[in-house]
Design a protein around this ligand. Structure first.
Ligand SMILES: CC(C)(COP(=O)(O)OP(=O)(O)OC[C@H]1O[C@@H](n2cnc3c(N)ncnc32)[C@H](O)[C@@H]1OP(=O)(O)O)[C@@H](O)C(=O)NCCC(=O)NCCS
Length: 211
């Protein structure tokens, strides 16, 4: 929003319309520092920080994937499975978003199998100054690192990945790769979230706007 229009209640009015349309559904968003107060006033709670890692790759730091992990390039035939896994990890069905990312990246991505089952994936697409890796969905940080490393080997130039800051080991690994954390934003939620134990987690955002 243009600076001249900030602080006049427009953000609050826009949020009121969205929240009213959403009814009693659980809502999640990613807040910049500037937006945090507005969202708190709207009943959103802070969940965790999200680190914006970016730069040019200096090295692929050592990592040790589980021996039963198999990685391969994604294909269009994997899209339904990928979308199902994403929905479990993200907590909502965002099939059109995942399909749009797949198309925007020309189908570039990696899929992980463990014990014959799909255990994670990462997509990549051109964005901003280079390539953005995301979404990244995986069973654990070690797998997320293996997926990112696979993708990094096939990527040149400027790279960006937005990760949850509670994935500490992943963050340190990205720093060692030359992808430094340049900013931190905040994942927020409104409504009663069921703390169910899901098998997969989001380790890389589609974008800060889309989660
Ligand atoms: C952040 C932004 C969306 C807020 O919209 P806005 O129209 O300026 O906010 P409002 O005037 O509706 O204020 C909403 C509430 O938040 C409070 N608030 C907003 N910005 C605040 C700030 N910087 N510090 C303290 N309180 C603030 C207001 O006091 C108001 O509280 P109230 O309803 O209890 O009176 C807008 O300023 C903006 O676009 N900023 C730059 C871009 C950006 O960072 N966007 C956020 C993306 S997550």
């Amino acid at each position: 929003m243009d600076q001249a229009h900030q602080g006049q209640g427009i953000g609050r009015q826009l949020m009121n319309v969205v929240m009213s349309d959403a009814g009693n559904r659980v809502l999640q968003l990613v807040a910049t520092k500037a937006g945090l107060t507005l969202y708190q006033r709207c009943g959103f709670r802070e969940q965790y920080g999200i680190g914006q890692h970016q730069g040019t790759l200096t090295q692929i730091p050592p990592f040790s994937p589980r021996p039963d992990t198999l990685l391969r390039a994604v294909s269009r035939a994997d899209l339904d499975t990928i979308c199902d896994l994403d929905a479990v990890a993200f907590g909502a069905n965002r099939r059109p978003v995942v399909r749009a990312v797949f198309d925007a990246g020309g189908g570039v991505g990696v899929l992980a199998h463990r014990n014959g089952r799909i255990a994670g994936f990462a997509l990549a697409r051109p964005s901003g100054r280079g390539t953005l890796i995301g979404p990244i969905v995986a069973q654990d940080e070690a797998l997320a690192i293996a997926l990112i490393a696979y993708q990094l080997k096939a990527t040149n130039g400027f790279i960006r990945v937005d990760i949850p800051k509670n994935a500490v080991y992943l963050g340190e690994w990205l720093e060692a790769a030359g992808l430094t954390c340049v900013d931190t934003v905040t994942a927020m939620v409104r409504g009663d979230v069921r703390e169910e134990r899901v098998e997969s987690r989001v380790f890389g955002l589609v974008s800060q706007a889309l989660g």
